[in-house]
Design a binder for this molecule. Structure first.
Ligand code: IMP
Ligand code: MG
Length: 416
C-alpha cells in the first residue's frame, strides 16, 4: 500500500502557526522534510512551558523516534545549523543518526549575509530577515554556488569557493565600498563547520525513495507562506524560494500525484513582516491589539509584525496555488474580546469589484478591501458565533476546516 505523503504549508505571509500544527499532528508521520528557505524561518513550538524556535531543522526532530531531512531546495547556513543542534542537545534531543542533509544543498556564506544586510539598508524596501537568503539563491541560479557535498573534496571545494568569493568581493566592494573577509579565512571557517556536520550528509532523492518504499509516512514542512513564494507571491516583496507545493516537487523527486493531503495553515487574521502590499492592514488601535494579544513579533528577527483582518481574496488565491485540501485555522483566542470581527470578502479596484487579488503588487497596493462583519466570539467550538465565522470561511473557500487552534499550548482541536 502506498503511504500517505502530507504537506503542511502556510497560506499567508508566514507565521501562521505551521510549527505548532506539525507538532500536533506528530502521530501522522515518521519523517519530516524541509524543502525550501533557510535560517530566515522561525518555527516556534512549545513543549510545555519550554519555547523552542527552529530555523533550519525540520520540527520532526523534536520527536526522538522521527527522522528529519533538509533538501536541496533549502540554502543552508552551517553556523546557524550548528547552533541549532547545540540548542537541541541542551534539551537532551540528539539529532545524530536522525538528521539528514541532501548533499546537493547550496550554502549561505558570511558574505551572503553581509550583502543581504547592506542591500536592505540601501534600498530599504523588501525588509528581509538579513539571513543571506536572496544572495545565496541568486548565486545558485547564477550557477556559482557550492553544494555542501562538494566540501568532501577540499581542493575542489576551494577552487569553486575562490570563484564565488571573488564574485562576492567584487559585488560588495563596488556596491558598498567594503572589503569582505580574506578568502582563506572564510574558506577555512566554513570547511571546519562542514567537518562538524558531514556525517549528516546523504543523497536526499534516494533517501526519500527508500523511505517511501519502506512505507514510511512523510511530512513536508513548509516555511514562510504562499504569498511569499518567489514566483507567485507578492513580488518583489517575497522570499527567494518556492514556498508552495511545487517547491516540494522541485527538490525531492517525489512524484506530484503522491502528495494528496495538503494542509493549509492560516491565522484567523493576517500578519506580515517586512514591506509590501497588505490590503487589510490595520495601522490603528486594532492592529495594536492584534499585535499585543497575538504576540506578533518575528521569531527570527524580533521585528513587530504588521497586523490586520482576514483577507479572503488572498486566502482563495493561496489555496489555489498550493492545492490546499484542508484548512487549519490558528490563534482564534486572539480575536476573542472583539465585539465585531471583520473579514475582507472582496476588493474594489478602480471602481470594479474583484474577488481574486490582482496579479501585480503595484495593483494590490491600490485595492480597497470590502468587509463583512461578524459578531465577536469565544475560541470555543460550541460558540455559535465562531461556528458562523468558520462556516463562512469554508463556504467561501470551498475547503474544509479540519482543525482549529485557540491557545499557545501544544494542542489543536479537530473540528467535527
Ligand atoms: P528573506 O527571506 O529574508 O529574503 O525576506 C524576504 C521577505 O520574506 C521579508 O518580507 C521577510 O520579512 C519575509 N520572511 C522571510 N522569512 C519569513 C518567515 O519565516 N516568516 C515571515 N516572514 C518571513
Ligand atoms: Mg515564523
Amino acid at each position: 500500500m502506498e503511504t500517505e505523503l502530507i504537506a503542511i504549508l502556510g497560506l499567508q505571509w508566514g507565521d501562521e502557526g505551521k510549527g505548532k500544527v506539525i507538532n500536533a499532528l506528530k502521530n501522522e508521520y515518521e519523517i519530516g522534510v524541509r524543502f525550501q528557505g533557510g535560517a530566515n524561518a522561525g518555527h516556534t513550538v512549545y513543549k510545555g512551558e519550554d519555547k523552542i524556535i527552529l530555523h533550519q531543522i525540520p520540527s520532526a526532530i523534536l520527536c526522538t523516534e522521527k527522522e528529519a531531512l533538509i533538501t536541496c531546495g533549502c540554502v543552508l547556513d552551517l553556523e546557524a545549523l550548528i547552533n541549532e543542534i547545540e540548542e537541541l542537545k541542551k534539551r537532551n534531543i540528539n539529532p545524530e543518526g536522525r538528521l539528514f542533509i541532501d548533499e546537493r544543498t547550496p550554502l549561505v556564506f558570511d558574505f551572503h549575509k553581509e550583502e543581504d544586510v547592506l542591500e536592505n539598508e540601501k534600498k530599504g524596501k523588501i525588509g528581509t530577515t538579513g539571513k543571506g537568503i536572496g544572495p545565496a539563491y541568486r548565486d545558485l541560479i547564477d550557477r556559482k554556488q557550492i553544494k555542501i557535498g562538494e566540501f568532501k573534496n577540499k581542493d575542489f571545494a576551494y577552487r569553486k569557493f575562490k570563484n564565488l568569493w571573488n564574485w562576492a568581493s567584487e559585488v560588495i566592494g563596488s556596491r558598498f565600498g567594503r572589503p569582505v573577509k580574506p578568502l582563506d579565512e572564510v574558506f577555512e571557517k566554513h570547511f571546519s563547520l562542514f567537518e562538524k556536520i558531514k556525517d549528516f550528509l546523504t543523497d536526499g532523492i534516494i533517501f526519500l525513495k527508500e523511505k517511501e518504499k519502506q512505507g514510511k509516512r512523510i511530512l513536508f514542512e513548509g516555511a514562510q507562506g504562499a504569498l511569499l513564494d518567489i514566483l507567485l507571491g507578492t513580488y518583489p516583496y517575497v522570499t527567494s524560494s518556492h514556498t508552495i507545493t511545487g517547491g516540494i516537487l522541485l527538490s525531492t523527486g517525489v512524484p506530484p500525484w503522491r502528495i494528496r493531503r495538503i494542509i493549509g495553515v492560516m491565522k484567523c487574521y493576517t500578519t506580515r513582516v517586512g514591506e509590501g502590499p497588505f490590503p487589510t492592514e490595520e495601522k490603528s488601535e486594532i492592529g495594536e491589539i492584534l499585535r499585543e494579544k497575538g504576540q506578533e513579533f518575528g521569531a527570527t528577527t524580533g521585528r513587530p509584525r504588521r497586523c490586520g483582518w482576514l483577507d479572503l481574496p488572498l486566502l482563495k488565491y493561496a489555496i489555489r496555488i498550493t492545492g490546499t485540501t484542508e484548512l487549519v485555522i490558528t490563534k482564534l483566542d486572539v480575536l476573542s474580546g472583539f465585539k465585531k470581527v471583520k473579514v475582507c470578502t472582496e476588493y474594489e479596484l478602480e471602481g470594479r469589484k474583484i474577488e481574486f487579488p490582482p496579479a501585480l503588487s503595484d495593483e494590490l497596493y491600490r485595492v480597497k478591501p470590502v468587509y463583512k462583519e461578524f459578531e465577536g466570539f469565544e475560541p470555543d467550538e460550541k460558540d455559535k458565533n465562531l461556528r458562523k465565522f468558520l462556516d463562512f470561511i469554508e463556504k467561501e473557500t470551498g475547503t474544509k476546516i479540519t482543525y482549529i487552534s485557540a491557545s499557545k499550548g501544544e494542542e489543536i482541536k479537530k473540528v467535527s
